[in-house]
Design a protein around this ligand. Structure first.
Ligand code: NAD
Length: 392
């Protein structure tokens, strides 16, 4: 099969196995080029391990610290006629690279919100690894089925308190336009918290503790985006931000409940970048195209792997890491500092349909977007016939 990108709106509906493997390898090479990282985690559980920040966390764990990893993701397998999802191919490639190094890696594909998946993880850990010393919570999902009631909750991306009008960029139509976003009602806010808040993170930690699978001094982190004024109305202070605030509550509940094991739970705030999750959020493609421009000029641009490498080394694995007032680990300073935000604001105010491609780094955004699905990578031959049936 010759595989070319099929972009529909904010998503690409197919993926290239060779390209995905190349992009996983590039991240592994980055971690290896950092030299000896010293002592780190031994057994890591990664929830949301197949793309974006979760995949980067898995790569840093294994290729930075030699850790054994058990991953959970929700990806589609390929068929004769249809490619698998990018996360499927990323996982297959990750397994191959880990096996070359003789490092244990297993991945369970299914719904991480379910009780069945929690049980499968517990059974696999008991059989293969024993206790874990790091749990990464990196799920990004638009819906969640409550494991007790079976009710399906959907998240919404809406402002809270008042309607909001702003600029956005429609990647499909190459069009800057205004969007009017209606304020969420109480039910929409509550449902978004149910999907993307801390409840499931707590359920995971409780299930692992009850099964005696958390080692003493185990660390756990869930990822958040806080951002600044430009994104607050649609992110930080919007429905998704309310859900992310609930992670702070969950972190302190975990810390209190598991103090006898000295479990340390942190929310880690990361920078905005192109992932499958962020490209679905209105305003984000425009904002990210502008910050790419500014941060590349400043020499501070980073992708998932640089962010997570920095997080592990400088914060998460430290005994007493620096935290903000809410006990969060902050890796977003290069984006959210006042000087950088001021430059982005100038561009934001100026940007129109006519000057968008000149003022922004949309070329860089689009390249990164295609790369998420294994496309637009220099060394890959996209005319070649490739077998979509890759397994792990
Ligand atoms: P992503 O879409 O690249 O990854 C999501 C992962 O979750 C994938 O591995 C997917 O398979 C898995 N997943 C989704 N639903 C699942 C389910 N029901 N069961 C099992 N696995 C499931 O997203 P990302 O951008 O890497 O986001 C990860 C976390 O990082 C999120 O909490 C997000 O809010 C946060 N974050 C993202 C950004 C950003 O700009 N992308 C910035 C800061 C923080």
């Amino acid at each position: 099969m010759v595989i070319k990108p099929k972009v529909r709106g904010f998503i690409c509906t197919n993926a290239h196995p060779v390209g995905c493997a190349a992009s996983v390898e590039e991240q592994i090479d980055y971690v290896r080029s950092q030299g000896d990282l010293g002592e780190g985690p031994k057994n890591v559980l990664i929830l949301g391990c197949s793309t974006g920040y979760g995949l980067a966390s898995r790569i840093v764990s294994t290729f930075g610290y030699g850790a054994k990893t058990l991953g959970v993701c929700f990806e589609k397998a390929p068929s004769e006629r249809k490619t698998g999802t990018a996360g499927w191919y990323n996982t297959a490639a990750f397994h191959q690279f880990a096996s070359k190094e003789n490092i244990y890696a297993k991945t369970l594909n299914g719904d991480a919100f379910s009780n069945e998946m929690k049980q499968q993880v517990i059974d696999t850990l008991k059989a293969d690894l024993g206790k874990v010393d790091l749990v990464i919570y990196s799920l990004a999902s638009p819906r969640r089925t409550d494991p007790e009631t079976g009710e399906v909750y959907k998240s919404t991306l809406k402002p809270v308190g008042q309607d909001y009008k702003t600029k956005t960029y429609d990647t499909d139509k190459d069009l800057i336009h205004e969007v009017a976003l209606e304020a969420a009602n109480e039910e929409e806010i509550a449902n978004t918290i149910k999907v993307m808040g801390g409840e499931d993170w707590e359920l995971w930690l409780n299930a692992l503790a009850d099964a005696d699978l958390l080692s003493e001094n185990c660390k756990t982190t869930a990822y958040t985006y806080i951002g600044k004024e430009l994104t607050w109305p649609i992110y930080g202070q919007a429905t998704i931000g309310k859900a992310k605030e609930d992670l702070d509550r969950a972190a302190s509940a975990i810390n209190n409940k598991m103090s006898d094991l000295n479990v340390k739970a942190y929310v880690s705030s990361l920078k905005a970048l192109v992932t499958q999750a962020s490209s679905a959020i209105p305003v984000m493609p425009l904002y990210i195209s502008l910050i790419y421009k500014v941060m590349k000029e400043e020499g501070t641009h980073e992708g998932c792997i640089e962010q997570i490498y920095g997080l592990f080394k400088e914060k998460l694995l430290q005994d007493e890491p620096d935290t903000d007032d809410a006990n969060r680990l902050r890796m977003d300073g290069k984006e959210t500092n006042d000087a950088t935000q001021a430059k982005i604001k100038v561009l934001w105010d100026q940007v129109t349909q006519d000057n968008f491609h000149e003022l922004s780094d949309y070329a860089g955004y689009h390249h990164e977007f295609l790369k998420l699905f294994g496309f637009d990578i220099e060394q890959v031959d996209y005319e070649a016939d490739v077998d979509p049936l890759v397994d792990w």
